[in-house]
Design a protein around this ligand. Sequence first.
Ligand code: SF4
Length: 265
Amino acid sequence: MKINEITCKTGLSASRLPGLDYALNPYRGCEHNCVYCYAPAVLKEKRRWGSFVDVKRNLPNILAKELKKKEKGRIGIGTVTDAYQPAEKKYGITRRCLEILLKHDFPVCIQTKSSLILRDVDILKKFSEKEIGFTITTIDDEIRKKYEPYSSSVEERLNALRILGENNIHTWVFIGPVMPYITEKNIDKLIENIAKAGVKNVLVDRLNLKLGMWEKIKNFLSKNYPELIPEYERILFTKNDYFEKVENKIFMICEEYGIKCEKAF
Ligand code: SF4
């Protein structure tokens, strides 16, 4: 893993994601290295994703200046990176940004796969508006290790959700992207555990291929589930209702547990 300390010129960028006014990404690159990550396609990043992290050392200073002029709006932290990836433990850029954001009390929304976020509960709970989403795409940690290798375990994520909820921080789970047959396996057990963690909202999203993603996913499948390749090709490249059926199944199970489930975007 190559860690580069860099300086940035801007902090907040306008966000086109629904419900967000701004995006703030303390790092470029992500150590979690999820096989289905769309961030390199969005960023048009040529370097191998998962092999580098650019640490925006001066981001807190830039942000402090920007916030004096910006209109208040909802900030998504970690829209094309994970703000709580391992580098954050050493550099603390996300934490310092949160301290600055808290002074202006901008609403914050963080999506992560790391229980490191618990380190910042003391700050997070002071925001007037805050919400934390954890991505969980399988209940099986052996599978998680294969396709989200350097993220927190499923158990750690569920535990973090419970603790955040106990601290009156609104939480949700993003079941996405739905990885055909893999996410579906034991989906009822996953939703049962999400409910046990006190989560009341779930977002679900299908696997949408962007440039370069299929090669990486196919490579992952060849090593781990070669028998699924023809099925993935059918689901992803022909007209069919696979995702609709899985989404309906997830909606129904969530309803049983009193969880509000919506499609993302
Ligand atoms: S945690 Fe998010 S940004 Fe990081 S590799 Fe995984 S999907 Fe990409």
